[in-house]
Structures are given as structure tokens and as C-alpha cells.
Design a protein around this ligand. Structure first.
Ligand SMILES: *Cc1c(COP(=O)(O)O)cnc(C)c1O
Length: 363
């Protein structure tokens, strides 16, 4: 018998979500963002599932890219944080990886070390503009010089990249401000343009440009939970477990560490094999929904989430039995509902599912 905490990954749903991103931006190519182990879904499995369709993949760093190359992934792979040290330069050439060049320190390393490389391939790069996120990228006043420096090197500049800070805020004008600035620079440098993350893919069609970079939407979580999405998204992960204990308690009994939940009436309590060591958010409060498959509805979490277990109130469901399947998030319970209850975001919940939870892949 295995512990019943499992993450079921629906690769068909992820592929459908990729296609949905392309439906949103029919003129654009799409770089499928599969950094951080494809947001916890398994980067190699997701890359194989998307390989036929994806125009390119985006990861955070070379370690993530080399894992994909070792697994036989042939598509272009962009390193969204670029590279960090000179040793990566020959590896990027050897494995045809495409760094985002976002800082003068990278230009200096390229100028110094590229001429020493013996690989026959040419390095392709994206040039990153800081249009207002103020995280990575050249400031607008430096971007033309950075481009000049790149053109003096044996590299091919694929285009200009920028990242939106507030594209998930539908009434915030800042996305438009960032877009206009970026578009002007792309025009004046005559470069292709890659801006739109998932929220911009879904909600800011004017920013789709030549390439989009969808991430979270591939995994079926909308980054704008309060709005209707223009396309249907399907949950990429179904996080499940089982009731491993069912017990009846009298009124006035505390449940779990700190006894933060006290029964107000005689209650039936279920214990689920899922805790914060599996990645379930420890701060999910009493009342956070947990879906019971046989009931076809949610019951409330009660008390503190502990390392390996959490408790639910089964008072509305007298037939509950040990072994009943529980969905923590997935097709029946949107992860955004859990994230909101736990004051987190789907991105964090998905990337925090730990290695203890086995992934099962469905095609
Ligand atoms: C993570 C990331 C994305 C994808 O963002 P989502 O909101 O998940 O779609 C796109 N671009 C960059 C630079 C990123 O770091």
C-alpha cells in the first residue's frame, strides 16, 4: 500500500491550454514557459507533451535547459534569466540555448569569452528591455547601446523582450505604458518583439506582438481569477489523497495542533493524508475548500494543516469512509480558490508540491 497523496498531471490538458494560448494570439508564436519544473508539473514530461506544437520553450536557467536537452528536447530553449558566468557560454553554444541578455555584465562576458569559443554554431540571444518592471533588463536610455554592443559580437539578436508588472490588473494603465515604450524601441531598432505573459495573452491582445510567453495558463490556472477568460482552460494538476481516518467527536473538542478549531456540535471529522511537507499551504485556514469525490462537493478544512495531514469537517457527509478520494485542487476545485483562501497564488502552490508527492502522467 502506498501513501495516497498523488499529483495526477493531465498532459492533454496542458497541450490544450497551449493551443488555447495560440487561439488567443493567432498571429504570434508562443514560447511555452516551463521553468521551475514546469510549475511543478514535471518539465521533461511537459516538454515532451508539447514538443510537436511548441515554437520554443522558456526556462529560468541553464540547469533547467540542460535537463531538457538530456531528455532529447530539440526545440529552441530560452534562458529567461540569461547566463550567470563565463563557463555557460560554450555550453549555450553547444546546446543551442538562447539567453535573454539583460545586463552589461553579460555583454562584457560575451565580448571577452565568445571569441575564444570553438563551437561552430552562432549564439542566438534575446535582448531584454526594462520597460518598468525594474527587475531585469536594460533601461530605455541604455537599450540602443546594448543593441549596438551585441551587433558587434558574433551573435544573432532574435528580438526585444520585456516583462509586464501588472498585466493581471485589467483596469491598470501601466501595461499599456510598458507596451508603448517597448514597441517604440522595437520599431526604432527594427527588432521582433516578445512581451506577453499569461495575463497579457488572455487580457491584452494589443501586446501579443511576434511572440507570447504563456506560463501559468498552460497549467490551467487563470492569472486573472476575477475575470472570464476568453478561452477555456483545463487544470493541469489534480492533487489528490484519501481519508485515512474518520472519527466522531463530541461538541467542544479541539482538532489538531493548537486546537484552533473547536467543534460547536457533535461532529464527524476526516483526516486526509496531505500536509505542508507535500506542499499543501500551511496557512490555509479553517474553511478552505476540500473536494470529496464521492460527495461531489467540497467540505471545509478545519484546524491547522500539519506536516503530513490535514483535517476536514464531514458533518454534512455521514457516509464518508476511510479510503474515500479527496481532491485538494484540480478539475473539480480550481487551485485559485485554495490559493485565495491561503492568501497565496496558484503559481506558488503549484511550484511547492514536493518530491514526496509522486507524479502520475496521463496523456
Ligand atoms: C515566468 C515568466 C513568464 C510566464 O509568466 P506567467 O504569468 O506564468 O504566464 C513569462 N516571462 C518571463 C520573463 C517569466 O519569468
Amino acid at each position: 500500500m502506498a501513501r495516497p497523496a498523488q499529483a495526477h498531471i493531465d498532459l492533454d490538458a496542458i497541450l490544450a491550454n497551449y493551443r488555447a494560448a495560440k487561439v488567443c494570439a493567432p498571429q504570434a508564436r508562443a514560447m511555452a514557459i516551463i521553468k521551475a519544473n514546469a510549475y511543478g508539473h514535471g518539465a521533461v514530461a511537459v516538454a515532451h507533451a508539447l514538443a510537436e506544437q511548441a515554437d520554443a520553450f522558456g526556462v529560468a536557467c541553464i540547469e533547467e535547459a540542460l535537463e531538457l536537452r538530456a531528455a532529447g528536447i530539440k526545440q529552441p530553449i530560452c534562458l529567461l534569466e540569461g547566463f550567470f558566468s563565463a563557463e555557460e557560454i560554450p555550453l549555450m553554444l553547444q546546446h543551442q540555448l538562447i539567453p535573454a541578455i539583460h545586463h552589461a555584465a553579460q555583454l562584457a562576458l560575451l565580448a571577452q569569452y565568445l571569441p575564444l569559443c570553438t563551437q561552430k554554431t552562432q549564439l542566438k540571444v534575446w535582448l531584454k528591455l526594462d520597460s518598468g518592471m525594474h527587475r531585469l533588463g536594460f533601461a530605455p536610455e541604455d537599450i540602443a547601446n546594448a543593441y549596438q554592443d551585441l551587433t558587434a559580437l558574433p551573435v544573432q539578436v532574435l528580438g526585444l523582450m520585456t516583462h509586464f508588472a501588472r498585466a493581471d490588473e485589467l483596469t491598470c494603465p501601466y501595461t499599456q505604458t510598458q507596451w508603448q515604450l517597448t514597441q517604440q524601441w522595437a520599431q526604432s531598432l527594427n527588432l521582433a518583439l516578445c512581451c506577453a505573459n499569461s495575463p497579457a495573452t488572455l487580457a491584452w491582445p494589443s501586446t501579443h506582438a511576434d511572440w507570447i510567453r504563456p506560463g501559468i495558463m498552460l497549467y490551467g490556472a487563470t492569472p486573472i481569477p476575477e475575470a472570464q477568460t476568453p478561452v477555456q482552460l483545463r487544470a493541469g494538476m489534480r492533487l489528490i489523497s484519501q481519508l485515512i481516518s474518520v472519527r466522531d467527536l463530541a461538541a467542544g473538542e479541539g482538532v489538531g495542533y493548537g486546537q484552533t478549531f473547536v467543534t460547536s456540535q457533535p461532529s464527524r471529522i476526516g483526516v486526509v493524508a496531505m500536509g505542508y511537507a507535500d506542499g499543501y499551504p500551511r496557512h490555509a485556514p479553517s474553511g478552505t475548500p476540500v473536494y470529496l469525490e464521492k460527495l461531489g462537493a467540497c467540505v471545509p478544512l478545519i484546524g491547522r494543516v500539519s506536516m503530513d495531514m490535514l483535517a476536514v469537517d464531514l458533518s454534512t457527509y455521514a457516509q464518508a469512509q476511510v479510503g474515500d478520494t479527496v481532491e485538494l485542487w484540480g478539475p473539480h476545485l480550481p487551485i485559485n480558490q485554495v490559493a485565495e483562501a491561503a492568501q497565496s497564488i496558484a503559481y506558488e502552490l503549484l511550484t511547492k508540491v514536493t518530491a514526496r508527492v509522486p507524479r502520475y502522467y496521463h496523456y
